[in-house]
Design a protein around this ligand. Structure first.
Ligand code: ATP
Length: 375
């Protein structure tokens, strides 16, 4: 798939949207599907112009939350307020929200321009104004010259841009994006997410962005809401989630984390026989320390171990090391430090505050060796 040139920064005010971000509140939303709970008293509030990413594993309720907000899914309890007005019982077409789905969902028999015009036609906007606004919206997403093309004449990334223009042209109060990039290849995905962020910031439109890709969520969002089993486990700025995860689940879901048995005694945290700073107060006893790979360093003296695997990741390498006691650790280090499986190395936990998420754990002896998600 070809990579598009970066779209010119069109004047977002032409769409009549700039600076009109709405507040959105989801209060105690419940959606019970019978066999399973989609939403379990979900609370979430967005400030005007904020981009909130809903992040979480498959089945945690991200799409259900978005569809409930859009009016495409009924809720069994709770309320939805947009700009303070309760829209819980309003049909989707009265809520004034724009939505972009994972599949491009363009009408194949209409040109890009006609696709963008479609919502305006439904609203009986006169022809000249319709065409003018559609052209502006296409310009905004960098496709001003492609209005006459049909879906099959556009790349996946271009089709998603058309879908975005179509969602914005009706001047919605809120933009809802449901995994909008997951069908695209990696390079286009990164480029388009930056475009979405640029346009969203220019328009100041309150936006919810569903994704299961943590890097994507951290990259685009003002705040990330990590969902689990129909509720929000933690919401915060990307840095907060990464540096101060509120639970083991968040620590493991956002970024990579080594999960290492540890103990707290007298307010001091000891991991692998080494004392490391403790960010929050934790009761004495066995705990699990979640330590980022960048907080484990290769050293000339430290814990001896053997290299299991090592991956070259461009700017850095990530190497998996098994220590003498069987603990496995991921270590992030300079790409120039070339290692091979079987090499003997020594590691230390860095003196900088490690990302530690103390949680109640079974006895140390019963803990499994850390399972690391693959980057
Ligand atoms: P994914 O990332 O896989 O899309 P998700 O976080 O968006 O997952 P949802 O699609 O919101 O998850 O689903 C949440 C839960 O509700 C899941 O357990 C799912 O099986 C269930 N669910 C969703 N829609 C329905 C439905 N129409 N009927 C029955 N159960 C449903």
């Amino acid at each position: 798939m070809s990579v598009l040139p970066t779209a010119p920064a069109a004047d977002a005010s032409v769409l009549g949207l700039a600076g009109h971000g709405s507040t959105v509140e989801l209060r105690g939303l419940v959606r019970d599907f019978g066999g399973g709970v989609g939403l379990n008293r979900l609370d979430l509030a967005a400030e005007p112009g904020e981009l909130i990413a809903l992040l979480g594993p498959s089945g945690c309720g991200k799409t259900t939350a978005l569809r409930a907000l859009a009016g495409l899914e009924r809720v069994d309890a709770g309320s939805i307020l947009v700009d303070g007005r309760d829209v819980t019982d309003e049909p989707a077409n009265r809520r004034d929200l724009g939505m972009v789905f994972q599949s491009y969902s363009l009408f194949p028999h209409l040109t890009a321009g006609q696709n963008v015009e479609f919502g305006l036609r439904m609203r009986k906007v006169p022809g000249a104004e319709r065409r003018g606004r559609a052209a502006e919206a296409l310009e905004l997403v960098g496709l001003g010259a492609h209005g006459g093309r049909y879906a099959h004449q556009l790349s996946g990334g271009q089709q998603q841009r058309v879908a975005l223009a179509r969602a914005l042209v009706t001047r919605p109060r809120v933009l809802l994006l449901d995994e909008p990039l997951s069908a695209l290849d990696a390079q286009v995905r990164v480029q388009l997410r930056e475009e979405i962020r640029r346009i969203q910031t220019e328009l100041g439109i309150t936006t919810f962005f569903v994704t299961h890709d943590q890097e994507e969520a951290l990259a685009v969002a003002d705040r990330v809401a990590v969902m689990r089993a129909g509720v929000i486990e933690q919401i915060g700025r990307p840095e907060e989630l990464y540096l101060r995860p509120a639970s083991a689940f968040v620590a493991e879901f956002v970024g990579l984390a080594n999960r290492i048995p540890a103990t707290v005694a007298g307010g001091r945290l000891t991991v692998l026989g080494q004392e490391v700073p403790l960010a929050t107060a934790v009761a004495d006893g066995p705990v699990t320390a979640y330590i980022r790979p960048e907080d484990v360093l290769l050293a000339s003296a430290g814990h001896a171990g053997e290299v299991l695997t090592t991956s070259f990741l461009g700017a850095l390498r990530r190497t998996r090391v098994r220590l003498a006691d069987g603990t496995e650790l991921a270590v992030q280090h300079a790409a120039g430090e070339v290692l091979a499986a079987g090499d003997r190395v020594q590691v230390v936990l860095s003196g900088a505050p490690a990302t530690v998420s103390p949680v109640a754990v079974p006895p140390v002896a019963a803990l499994p060796v850390a399972a690391l998600p693959v980057a």
